[in-house]
Design a protein. Structure first.
Length: 395
């Protein structure tokens, strides 16, 4: 018997990358290795072969715990705990019998079905016959089992390849997407709400490395509110790796806006300054674009007209991955990735400070720019960037 357990990792979308497929597979294997090392499974062996990734590790390890860590790696479609055998029908049958005996003991199954796939077309027996012969050997070796081709308790998959064959039943789902580092780096405007952590997660799922900027209005917002955001950021980092968060006190800007600009425009002006400051930080840190958790029509500052006015102050692309999602969809995703409970903790953020009673929802660019003539925009932006604190976020 092989001394190590094995997990088969399927690459999902990576498999569609044509000539670039080896690059994406290599990046994915590296990410899996780093994830396992960070989780205390650094001695696992990660290997690429024939479009799949194999992870071998000590038989004393909990294979489900290892699989759950791998499932968090973007680019992974599914994982299967498996046993391996020589690509010989007798060896495959013997391995299948041992596998099913373990399954009977663990789950108390009574029926099964064999599904075979012959990836090695030089193998002398075709897939239907492989399934029939392996099924016959399992019936002989496992007297309590019967075949049920319609609703079996377990589907036994047999994957025959050139040098080794693999037997498994379960497919543990991953998140899919693309490996981190294959699509540049973006700067997310990270608040303590539900939306922006999900937006960061979704862009990371597309292979983008993440950096973050967080705005607060101390002393109107508390230190505990910032701690909440750091805790949220660590949850995001558990998926997309360690990153830096640039923490900026926006209060001096807000005070100037309240003193010199019409009250109804306050939210739009604050948002425009956030975008200016974020772009400055992004350029200094090698980010290609800004990422926000904005959702069309959700609040007064998130109308189509408001997006046009706020985006006008930056040259960098602004990604809004949640733009057309319902709030229910966003909440469900936040619950799935583990950020929701932290997001709804009742701590204030800078967007609630100096909130106008009747904010404008259809701002006119010319009017907003006219109001801003009363502000020293460059000095305010430069002061905010210069005074920022940097927090290292680690998963």
């Amino acid at each position: 018997m092989n001394e190590k357990k094995i997990l088969i990792v399927r690459c999902g979308e990576v498999a569609l990358k044509g000539m670039n497929k080896p690059y994406f597979e290599r990046m994915l294997a590296e990410r899996i290795g780093k994830r396992l090392a960070a989780s205390g499974f650094g001695e696992a062996e990660v290997q690429r072969h024939e479009g799949l990734i194999y992870v071998r590790f000590d038989r004393g390890w909990d294979e489900i715990a290892v699989a759950r860590e791998i499932a968090k790696v973007f680019g992974v479609a599914s994982i299967s705990p498996a046993v391996e055998a020589e690509s010989d029908l007798t060896a495959i049958g013997q391995a299948a019998v041992g596998f099913m005996l373990d399954l009977i003991e663990k789950r108390g199954i009574h029926t099964f079905k064999v599904e075979a796939k012959r990836a090695d077309k030089d193998f002398p027996v075709k897939s239907p016959e492989i399934a029939r012969r392996v099924g016959a050997m399992v019936l002989i070796g496992c007297k309590v089992l019967a075949v049920d081709v319609h609703e079996p308790d377990a589907r036994l998959f047999v994957d025959v390849r050139h040098d080794r064959s693999f037997i498994y039943t379960d497919k543990i789902s991953g998140f899919g997407g693309l490996p981190l580092g294959t699509n540049g780096k973006g700067l997310v405007l990270l608040s303590g709400g539900i939306d922006s952590p999900v937006a960061a997660w979704m862009m990371a799922k597309r292979g983008m490395m993440i950096e973050a900027v967080h705005f607060h209005s101390y002393p109107y917002t508390s230190e505990r509110a910032q701690q909440k955001v750091e805790e949220l950021a660590r949850i995001v980092a558990s998926y997309c790796g360690n990153f830096r968060m640039h923490v900026i006190n926006l209060l001096p800007v807000q005070e100037q806006i309240v003193m010199h600009c019409p009250e109804a425009e306050t939210t739009i002006h604050v948002r425009r300054f956030m975008m200016r400051i974020a772009e400055r930080v992004a350029r200094e840190t090698g980010c290609m674009m800004l990422i926000t958790g904005e959702n069309l029509g959700q609040v007064a500052s998130q109308t189509a007209e408001a997006f046009v006015v706020t985006d006008h102050v930056v040259e960098m692309p602004v990604m809004r991955p949640l733009i057309a999602l319902d709030k229910v969809d966003i909440i469900e995703k936040a619950q799935e990735i583990g950020t929701f409970e932290k997001s709804i903790e009742p701590y204030e953020d800078c967007c609630t400070v100096f909130l106008p009673k009747h904010p404008t929802t259809k701002p006119k660019l010319e009017r907003i720019e006219k109001s801003e003539e009363a502000l020293d925009v460059e000095a305010l932006v430069s002061a905010c960037v210069a005074s920022r604190e940097i927090v290292e976020i680690k998963a």
